[in-house]
Design a protein. Structure first.
Ligand code: PEP
Length: 244
């Protein structure tokens, strides 16, 4: 899944798709998704019809409608044929002060509208250095998923904050350890249904490192920021095991 963050105008998004769609033609054995900014959703929704690319949004509010200036509701996203919503990205936690409680309400509101949620969790460098990583992940999962029943609509994304946009990738051991911890937590919550929840890794994924990340245990996909803005780079990530 591509997270375009606050990049690309409607025209730039269109140009991206013109280059990208031919590059991933015929690939149907994996899911490809792009989460552009809200303003690009309507045009991209039309352009992605009849393609193998899913549409995602980067955020949603937890109310259906009302006096919430500047917010967008899950109903509005559903109306645009959005399929995935990224919730709890560390940039939202950091710059927009989203708490675990807010994230939990957003996850439930999206699932109520039958949107699939990519729920992001991850520790800061300070938390890792003070050996709090697993405690942080445990808290984020337990609070974020409180009262959430629908494992089928859930995707987890492990994104160590220190690896996002920094060019520093978590080591294979760090990724496997975190993903296995997350899988076990999901099993506590959803029992056998936990196996169907995909766990993505995110943090400085590139065409160069994708292959070694995808072969790790419990890594079911990736969430890609910077490298997803370039159609050639993102297509190489999508085709990580086809064109090596
Ligand atoms: C992200 O924003 O989710 C992300 C993983 O960014 P980047 O790939 O640029 O590290």
């Amino acid at each position: 899944m591509a997270n375009w963050k606050m990049y690309k105008t409607i025209k730039e998004a269109k140009n991206f798709l013109q280059d990208f769609i031919p590059l991933i033609q015929g690939i149907n054995d994996r899911e490809i998704g792009i989460a552009p900014t809200f303003v690009c959703l309507e045009s991209m929704s039309k352009e992605l019809k009849n393609t193998n690319i899913k549409l995602g949004a980067q955020n949603a509010f937890y109310e259906t409608k009302g006096a919430y200036t500047g917010e967008i509701s899950p109903v509005m996203l559903k109306d645009l044929d959005v399929e995935y919503v990224i919730i709890g990205h560390s940039e939202r936690r950091k710059y927009f002060h989203e708490t675990d409680e807010i994230i939990n309400r957003k996850i439930k509101a999206c699932m109520n509208e039958k949107l699939k949620v990519i729920f992001c969790i991850g520790e800061t460098i300070e938390e890792r250095q003070s050996n709090k990583t697993f405690n942080v992940l445990k808290n984020q999962i337990e609070k974020g998923l409180e009262g959430v029943k629908d494992a089928d609509s859930l995707v987890l994304a492990y994104e160590p904050v220190w690896a996002i946009g920094t060019g520093v990738v978590a080591s294979e051991e760090q990724i496997e350890e975190a993903h296995s911890f997350i899988r076990n937590k999901l099993e506590e919550i959803f029992s056998e249904k936990a196996d169907s929840v995909r766990i993505l890794y995110g943090g400085s994924v590139t065409p160069e490192n994708i292959y070694s990340i995808m072969k790790l245990n419990n890594v079911d996909g990736v969430l890609v920021g910077g490298a997803s803005l370039d159609p050639v780079k993102f297509s190489k990530i999508v085709k990580y095991d086809i064109e090596r």
